[in-house]
Design a protein around this ligand. Structure first.
Ligand code: MG
Length: 190
């Protein structure tokens, strides 16, 4: 089995009058995050961590911000594409850990819901998703939400696939034998 690690980072500026979407959830707040898509800083960082782990570029190379198709897009679409890319490369997610840096809203009251939602989007157990948040003390980034993510991937074992292939071959052989027997019977009848 081989392992891969990936790292992702993203930041978005707070903007009045747009909904705040973090980790695929709408959170109650006075400001949302500006961006071409829904501005989901957490899912963007996780998407980049997954893409980085299999070295196939970043979120911008798959979903250019210049493309009008992604205006206001649900960032779960980006994450789904990253999962497809890692599967194509022969990998699956072991766990993901994240840290957000934002002044408000407080993430702790939402952390469990965020874990559940992100785990669901990634197709992993809740205890394989870390959601943490810090306030931007001394960084001067009070008007932004920042997210860091790391992802560990493992290669998808080939054994079950090979076992399935062997079972299919055996099924094919027995079907062939059955057909041969049937045609033998038919011939004898003639
Ligand atoms: Mg982004």
């Amino acid at each position: 089995m081989s392992l891969r690690i990936g790292y992702g980072y993203d930041s978005h500026e707070f903007k009045a009058g747009v909904p705040l979407v973090i980790g695929g959830l709408k959170l109650e707040h006075t400001h949302g995050l500006a961006g071409h898509s829904d501005g989901d800083v957490l899912l963007h960082a996780i998407t980049d961590a997954l893409l980085g782990a299999v070295a196939v570029g970043d979120i911008g190379s798959f979903f250019p911000p210049t493309d009008p198709r992604w205006k206001g897009a649900d960032s779960a679409i980006f994450l789904a594409e990253a999962l497809r890319q890692i599967a194509l490369a022969g990998f699956r997610v072991v766990n993901v850990d994240t840290t957000m840096i934002l002044a408000a809203p407080k993430i702790v009251p939402h952390a469990e819901r965020l874990r559940t939602r992100v785990a669901e989007l990634l197709g992993v157990a809740r205890n394989c998703v870390g959601i943490k948040a810090k306030t931007p003390e001394g960084t001067g980034t009070e008007n932004a939400a920042i997210a860091h993510a790391v992802a560990l991937l493992e290669s998808i074992p080939l054994e079950p696939l090979l076992a399935e292939d062997e079972a299919a071959v055996r099924l094919g052989e027995s079907a062939g034998e059955a057909m041969a027997q049937a045609s033998g019977l038919a011939k004898r009848k003639n």
